[in-house]
Design a binder for this molecule. Structure first.
Ligand SMILES: Nc1ncnc2c1ncn2[C@@H]1O[C@H](COP(=O)(O)OP(=O)(O)OP(=O)(O)O)[C@@H](O)[C@H]1O
Ligand SMILES: [Mg+2]
Length: 263
């Protein structure tokens, strides 16, 4: 188990539609560090997370593999219970009439929505209530999800991700569209979860939202890894200016980083 990676990708090729998004792509992410993945629009960040969640599969190739948590094959539902995932896609997939509590309960089965054949254990309702209470959304449990604010929806998705007690949280731009207060509240919750032992894998465009607990940074550009290593070595003027192809000036304070326009 010691050398099991969260994900171990070797020589992977991934197409979406007719475009090759990742080509001979190799990456190993450890299980014991929280990670931020940065890169410009279209770099392949969400594609990478979808590979991790087994929403996308690579082309079959000799001498190529995608191993997740040490295993080549997974029951995807089991895998998704181990990795709590939040993305804009997922947020949009809950269409029609569903209530907050239904979004949360669907997390027990990693499904989008609830289905008649699903069995629910009696203890689950209590766990769901406890998690909603911790996140401050219990009072909204019976409200219609589609009418909630973006920030409220995001908290329900976090509750959904947490009910299966995953070891890792995989968050794709979790704070996009949130106001500052909602963002910082969300971040406090995430930091507490990391302190409680969860691993975070975060894709973001907001450098100032990378929790201090994140120590490993991956820079992705045009489907290639152009940087991998300790945060303080990668969040520099030079590396980020190169990544985003615009001059930036990186400042840091209290374990956080921020990026300003450079000269
Ligand atoms: N369903 C799809 N069909 C075809 N191409 C796609 C599809 N989804 C994404 N792509 C292409 O794959 C590339 C990588 O997309 P991806 O969503 O992984 O980027 P990203 O790094 O997450 O970008 P962003 O920061 O904008 O979210 C892009 O060029 C995109 O146009
Ligand atoms: Mg994306």
């Amino acid at each position: 188990m010691m050398n099991d990676y969260l994900i171990d990708m070797h020589n992977v090729t991934v197409y979406r539609g007719n475009s090759k998004i990742l080509s001979d792509f190799s990456l190993q992410l450890p299980r014991d560090r929280s990670i931020a993945i940065l890169g410009p629009n279209g770099a392949g960040k969400s594609t990478l997370l979808k590979m991790l969640m087994r929403e996308l599969y690579p082309m079959r190739n000799e001498d190529s593999w995608v191993r997740i948590l040490g295993k080549d094959t997974w029951n995807v539902w089991e895998l998704r219970r181990n990795l709590g995932f939040i993305s804009q896609d997922l947020q949009n997939r809950y269409l029609g009439y569903v209530t907050g509590i239904e979004v949360v309960m669907s997390g027990f089965h990693s499904s989008v929505g609830l289905y008649d054949h699903q069995q629910f254990e009696s203890s689950w309702a209590n766990l769901a209530t406890r998690i909603m209470t911790d996140l401050g959304i219990e009072h909204l449990r019976d409200d219609e999800y589609s009418r909630m604010s973006t920030g409220e929806q995001r908290k329900f998705l976090l509750a959904r991700a947490l009910v299966s007690e995953p070891s890792t949280l995989v968050l794709d731009e979790p704070t996009s569209g949130l106001d500052l207060n909602a963002t910082f509240h969300y971040l406090r919750i995430i930091r507490k979860l990391i302190e409680g032992g969860k691993q975070l894998v975060l894709v973001t465009h907001h450098i100032h939202e990378i929790p201090p607990e994140v120590s490993l940074v991956v820079l992705l550009k045009n489907g290639r890894i152009i940087g991998y290593g300790d945060k303080q070595e990668l969040l520099t003027d030079e590396r980020l200016s190169d990544l985003y192809e615009t001059a930036v000036n990186v400042v840091s304070s209290n374990g956080y980083y921020q990026v300003l326009p450079g000269a």
